[in-house]
Ligand binder design. Structure first.
Ligand SMILES: C[S@@+](CC[C@H](N)C(=O)[O-])C[C@H]1O[C@@H](n2cnc3c(N)ncnc32)[C@H](O)[C@@H]1O
Length: 313
């Protein structure tokens, strides 16, 4: 299988990472190695790129791609989740790096590979795991979660207006028999959403599938953990670049950057600082960087991409 994933905001990421030929960079979302290989090509013999992915297929295909390039730099490919960055960098004896990139969400190859169950366009058993070593999958969410919990994730992660009905239709259906396939789930969602609403906007199952995928892979929790540790692993002047596709992800990145940029937060009437908080980063992008018209014209995935960059001080 080839990974025909088209990298989003590629030149912008390279520019904002401020790549130094001898620098050390981490791509926490290796995928098809699009960003990783482009970073690697700007590195010299001293440079190192570390690519992390929790998907075994991405690891295999990205390794092949990197081997096929005539690179002068060193590279490491790590099968793990990016939330483990601290452990990964310590194991590599490279605790401090010059830049960290995240290009969140799923790859085209994960969506295109029907058997993975990510797509509402292809019939497969309910799976949606990015990491095949994990046992918890989409079937567990759909068949085990309480109606209330289903409602909450479909509403919050999927931003689905009809979340309450979708959750209730899922529960009603699974009382008759477990929901086993993506097409069964699509049918339930279609029945839950009134015909008029179904005719407007994207595929009616898109939002619910996204919500279940985010829950199965604990995507927001992963980002939160990464944001809590990444800054500690940047050298002064090192940059954190995060490309997100979901408003909750973007909000999380934006507010973490704001928090890390704050210096003392003591009330003004305090004669001296008691909070000990020190500014750790400088926000480089006041507004998120979005794709230009050229990219938007040929890469539909770019439509919701937002890149936010911070620099360690
Ligand atoms: C959008 S793709 C990255 C594409 C890549 N930038 C490229 O240009 O080829 C996202 C990748 O990140 C991986 N991923 C998502 N969340 C992850 C996590 N928490 N830890 C490690 N890998 C993750 C997915 O498995 C997927 O392969």
């Amino acid at each position: 299988m080839s990974l025909n994933h088209e990298s989003v905001l590629l030149s912008e990421s390279l520019q904002y990472l401020n790549i130094k030929p001898s620098g050390i960079y981490v791509d926490g979302t290796l995928g098809g190695a699009g960003h990783t290989s482009a970073i690697a090509q700007q590195l010299g013999e001293e440079g190192l790129i570390i690519g992390i992915d929790r998907d075994e297929v991405a690891i295999q295909e990205a390794s092949k791609k990197m081997k096929g390039l005539n690179l002068s730099c060193r590279y490491e490919i790590i099968h793990d989740e990016f939330a483990n960055i601290k452990h990964i960098l310590n194991e590599l004896s490279e605790p401090l790096v010059d830049g960290i990139l995240l290009d969140l969400g799923v790859s085209s190859f994960q969506l295109d590979e029907g058997s993975r169950g990510f797509s509402y366009m292809q019939n497969a058993s309910l799976d949606m795991r990015m990491d095949q070593r994990q046992s918890f999958n989409a079937s567990d969410v759909v068949n085990q979660y309480s109606e209330e919990k289903l409602h909450q994730i479909i509403k919050e992660y999927g931003e689905e207006k009809w979340a309450k009905r979708v959750a209730s239709f899922i529960v009603e259906s699974r009382q008759r028999a477990p929901v086993e396939t993506s097409f069964e789930l699509v049918e339930i969602i279609k029945n839950a959403i009134p015909a008029k609403a179904r005719r407007e906007g994207p595929h009616p199952a898109k939002r619910t599938f996204q919500a279940i995928r985010m829950e199965v892979n604990q995507e927001l929790q992963q980002i939160k953990s990464l944001l809590m540790t990444a800054i500690d692993h940047l050298k002064p002047g090192g940059r954190l670049c995060v490309i997100s596709f979901h408003s909750l992800e973007d909000r999380m990145v934006k507010s973490a950057y704001k928090e890390f940029q704050k210096d003392c937060v003591c009330p003004v009437e305090f004669p001296e600082c008691k909070c000990q908080q020190k500014q750790q980063i400088k926000i480089i992008t006041r507004k998120p960087i979005v794709s230009g018209e050229g990219e938007l014209a040929h890469n539909p995935r770019a439509r919701s991409a937002k890149l936010r960059v911070a620099e360690k001080i």
